[in-house]
Design a protein around this ligand. Sequence first.
Ligand SMILES: Cc1ncc(COP(=O)(O)O)c(C=O)c1O
Length: 500
Amino acid sequence: MDNGNQRIVPIHINKEDFREIGYRLIDTISDFYDTINEVPVTSNESPSQIQSFLGNDSLPERGTSATELFTKTTDLLLNHSLFNGHPKFFGYITSSPTQIGALSDLLAAVVNPNVGANILSPMATAIEKQTVKWLAEFIGVSPSYGGLLVSGGNMANLTAFLAARTAKAPKNLKTEGLAMGVRNMVFYCSKATHTWIEKAAVLFGHGTNAIRWIPTMANNKMNTTILKETIKEDLKNGHTPFLVIGNAGDVSTGVVDNLTEIAAICKQNNLWFHIDGAYGLPAAVIPKYKNIFDGIQDADSIAIDPHKWLYAPLEAGCTLVKNPQHLIDTYSSHPVYYNFDNSAEEPTLNYYEYGLQNSRGFRALKVWMALQQAGRNGYETMINEDIDLSILLYEEAKKHTELEAVTQNLSITTLRYIPLNYVKQLGEDESFLNKLNENLLNELQQGGEVFLSNAVVGDKYCLRACVVNFRTSTKDIHEVVEIIVQKGRKVFEKIKNLNA
Ligand SMILES: Cc1ncc(COP(=O)(O)O)c(C=O)c1O
């Protein structure tokens, strides 16, 4: 409806209602943050229970007031979710989200800049550029690295993978396509590498046989002697190696590869050196851990995820490239319907030319704000404390007669429950303890007191805690040890006869 001056539309919220809903929402959220340690980590309801709370209505024909919708929806989400902001959430690698990130997402949505083109997002583009530069400074590489914010670790790695391929392809990949030479292009990573590499191989036409899975050594780092031999063998057989991936905090146990050695091998063989630091690289901000990451300054590209150890709410990943021209070479195109390069005086930064997305949201804002709120110092303290808490868990497990501490790297600890006086029979493998710990993990995840995930270390099925959680305290860690042991005993009682 149009009264001449203004359309009356069903999606508008008038100013009074907007303020009322907004204030109420912020009050609810403030209370939620305040009591998050008192609620279960997860409501642990089955999909059908969740469905029953949600209902199964068809697409609504008529509208509902925003006030009513927010009342209903805050109830759904705050009472029927898993909270990775809970101080006892240590699963996978999802951080406790910052409050400033939540508020920044709101502000970003209000301005709604399309950060694909500078002309559509003048301030947002400048903020993203500064965020990228600060992330490079944060991890200690040259601030001349360029890049962009993406949705997360997968996208950060995939974005770099394609840049590497374009840079190292034997022919002009952009015009010749996959038919020319790509067939034999192969790439190298340790067997601890995250599954994004399989997605890259499948989606970008190489096939998973093009992945050279390099074995790890006893310390879980890539075996660089085998890396060198495999490259040599591939060259002998007419393949075209183009990329080596080093892990800076692998997804399972947080191990950082020997990046200096990998860098040297890449240099000798003219290969692109990519580092997957999606999880671990923020620890490079801590002076005493910096040397673990020696070699990052030689990386052609780097993936780092603010939505992991910088505590940004989902989603925020970042690709950094030593020479950002490689991103433009890979992703840029100039359709006639874009009038984006409109400044004769200075080059225009249009982020659609840097990656896969065209229209892009303002992910950088929440990262930029948090970096300023905490500062380098604040982050150094939080990340260091996360590592200390992970070490505490490891030490407590080591001391406990019913726990085995298995690994501890960065802020990831793996451990397992072993019943008191448990003696493995001669010739018995790990299968009983593996089954016990798998069942224990399921019980723990469903119990809602703590959320852990799993890692397989050698042939051991382990419980795995990744502390990327500024809300966790030492008390939480001590309580978690007790919870694991109590539950472990119960699970053992349940399944011990199966071993007979
Ligand atoms: C080392 C590493 N790389 C990549 C990823 C994928 O990140 P995302 O889930 O944000 O896509 C993860 C996820 O945990 C990871 O640990």
